[in-house]
Ligand binder design. Structure first.
Ligand SMILES: [Zn+2]
Length: 392
């Protein structure tokens, strides 16, 4: 799947679409037709041992002859479903080859197809109108400039809204800073660095919890199959989406800020599971903090900007006195570290962050120095939104 791999180096921007009634119907029709094409091709191919892309593509003309509806969707959009199926089948084959227990690809039920693709052609963008072949000129809100050549447009349906994810070959640069800091991730403060800077945890889930509970209750009260139940489900899905978006937005902002300021970031090697079981027992807080995603974004952006992330053993980082090295027990509720040995008093998380930074000295510094001294490659692109938006 060369095309998809190329996309990973490209920049994706998401814009809201405002299709009229007729265009919405056409978009829905295209989604459902792509779904049918995918299912039909899957039905033909899923039992074949050798998967050949040409074989998949050869099915399309037959479909168009048998059923006129397939002629009403832009041909390359349908072709993209061949690529999609081919890559799915290939991925499955690789897993099977590695002796992983995998099932078969499933047929996609109604409503399970959320995206259609316009690859290389069949679209144009002009004056807040997005022209899509066989659909029309759809109103689009271009809230930021689109630079570079447009390579692909994905049309995505999210609950009852439509979006265009415009993928261009523009290279966006992010350059790392000069600081060397340790960071401690936590619940009360999301992040404290070894210079004492704090970022509070926005606790997005907690903020929306009462509303979430209310909507869930609302949904459970509605009669099954009724239109009121459908409406209640949409309201609930919208809130879930809003929470996810807010959280992702927060994580993007703090990771970009860190990379822009630092050349080396030292952090604990997060074993999320271990954290949930021992350090913090509250699973809800854990989910809300999403440190896993934080680490993922940070790693990705660091690599592109030439910033080094060093992960250290988290043992005793909260128990050591950053002033004298004395080790004492620290229960979870204690927010202040008071050293029994030297009398040093410091905020608990700040103390941990300093200890985390200090552990850098115990690491294989040669590899850190090497990568810092070599000229930093800053030409890589950053696909801030591509991470979340290119999934199908
Ligand atoms: Zn001390």
């Amino acid at each position: 799947m060369l095309k998809v791999r190329e996309n990973q180096k490209m920049l994706a921007n998401k814009f809201r679409l405002y299709p009229n009634k007729e265009q919405t119907d056409k978009l829905e029709f295209a989604l459902d037709t792509c779904r049918r094409a995918y299912n039909m091709m899957l039905g033909e191919l899923r039992d074949q041992v050798v998967i050949d892309r040409n074989m998949i593509q050869a099915i399309l003309p037959d479909l168009k002859i048998c059923e006129p509806r397939f002629r009403e969707v832009y041909s390359k959009t349908l072709q993209y479903e061949c690529y999609r199926l081919f890559s799915n089948l290939s991925a499955l084959k690789v897993l099977k080859g590695n002796h992983k227990k995998v099932g078969r690809l499933r047929f996609k039920g109604k409503g399970w197809f959320k995206t259609i693709n316009y690859n290389q052609s069949g679209f144009s963008l002009e004056d807040n109108k997005l022209h899509l072949s066989k659909i029309g000129d759809i109103k689009i809100k271009v809230h930021r400039e689109v630079n570079g050549n447009i390579k692909q447009i994905q049309i995505k349906k999210e609950i009852d809204r439509w979006y265009a994810i415009i993928i261009t070959d523009e290279k966006k640069q992010i350059i790392c800073g000069n600081k060397v800091v340790g960071i401690d991730l936590g619940i009360n403060n999301y992040l404290v660095d070894s210079e004492g800077n704090k970022i509070e945890n926005p606790k997005i889930l907690e903020q929306n919890l009462s509303k979430l509970k209310h909507l869930q209750k609302d949904l459970s009260r509605k009669k099954k199959g009724s239109s009121n139940r459908k409406k209640a489900r949409i309201r609930l899905s919208k809130l879930h989406l809003k929470i996810t978006n807010q959280r992702t937005d927060f994580l993007h902002k703090i990771t970009t800020k860190l990379i822009k300021e630092c050349k080396i970031i030292v952090m604990e090697n997060l074993d999320i599971k271990q954290m949930s079981q021992q350090k913090y027992f509250n699973a809800k807080n854990m989910m809300d903090a999403s440190w896993g995603k934080f680490a993922q974004l940070l790693d990705f952006k660091a690599e592109n900007a030439g910033c080094q992330i060093v992960k250290i053993d988290p043992r005793n980082t909260s128990k050591i006195c950053s002033q004298c090295g004395h080790i004492q027990d620290m229960s979870l509720y204690k927010r202040t570290y008071e050293c029994a040995e030297c009398g040093f008093v410091i905020d608990r998380d700040y103390n941990s962050a300093i200890n985390i930074l200090n552990k850098l000295a115990g690491q294989e510094l040669s590899c850190v120095e090497k990568s810092v001294n070599t000229p930093l490659e800053q030409t890589s692109s950053m696909k801030q939104e591509a991470l979340t938006s290119t999934e199908c």
